[in-house]
Design a binder for this molecule. Structure first.
Ligand code: ACK
Length: 223
């Protein structure tokens, strides 16, 4: 019989330590609580509710994911392109179970997702697979995504609205970054945490004044 191939995980990524998860959830929840009380947000409320005038409680609107993490490679148990090659990289094998600090530099809210943008260091970029930024991106958005620096998709999903999958966070983040690059930012509001900008169709981007750091462990995950 042939030796059994090692099984590939659902994905690889940096996982926040449990105490860090709590800290980040609290800090980001505070932002959500403030956001839905802002006049600027209320003006565009129908993009979340489908109706003007109706209120939304963003804390209830988004469901928390199980483990906060920043995906590096979605492997889908080997079904995703390049999964095996990624798992066999020396840098991947060497990084497993190692601690690392992530830097969250922005928060994003759309009618679909709530997420944190992660700015990767040069060392962390070595674990970022080439071509991963454009995985599953709509053809119309591809040229603008290809013009963004590698690693632009790096994020932590903090919540999804009903029926939405976490993969949406990276896609919405790329769309926002592409719109910013084209100079399509609308209303700007100064908040305690940083500057909030509106990018049409219910998309909000908060650039943090100070990055929020989080201790993590690099690991694989299988359900
Ligand atoms: O928030 P995320 O990065 O979005 O964390 C989850 C994780 O893998 C487990 O589902 C991400 N994910 C799911 N499908 C894909 C995909 N096709 N491409 C890239 N990332 C994906 C999801």
């Amino acid at each position: 019989t042939k030796p059994k191939e090692p099984e590939l995980p659902l994905f690889f990524g940096w996982f926040l330590l449990p105490e860090e998860e709590e800290r980040i959830k609290c800090a980001t929840m505070d932002f959500l609580k403030t956001l839905d009380t802002l006049e600027a947000f209320k003006e565009h409320i129908s993009e979340f509710t489908g109706e003007a005038e109706k209120e939304v409680d963003l804390e209830q609107y988004f469901q928390n994911p199980l483990h906060l993490h920043c995906t590096t490679k979605f492997c889908d148990y080997g079904k995703a392109e390049g999964a095996k090659e990624y798992a066999e990289l020396q840098v991947v094998k060497e990084s497993l179970a190692k601690s690392d600090e992530l830097s969250v530099t922005a928060l994003i809210v759309t009618p679909r997702i709530f997420g944190a943008r992660v700015t990767l260091t040069e060392t962390q970029m070595k674990l970022w697979p080439e071509g991963e930024d454009k995985e599953g991106v709509a053809p119309a958005l591809l040229p603008s995504v290809e013009a963004l620096p590698m690693g632009s998709r790096a994020h932590v999903t903090l919540g999804c609205s009903a029926g939405v999958e976490a993969v949406q966070t990276g896609l919405d983040l790329l769309e926002i970054l592409a719109l910013q690059k084209e100079g399509k930012e609308g209303t700007q509001v100064e908040m305690d945490l940083g500057t909030l900008s509106y990018l049409s169709e219910g998309r909000w981007f908060l650039t943090l004044r100070e990055p929020i750091t989080a201790d993590t462990t690099f690991s694989s995950f299988s359900d």
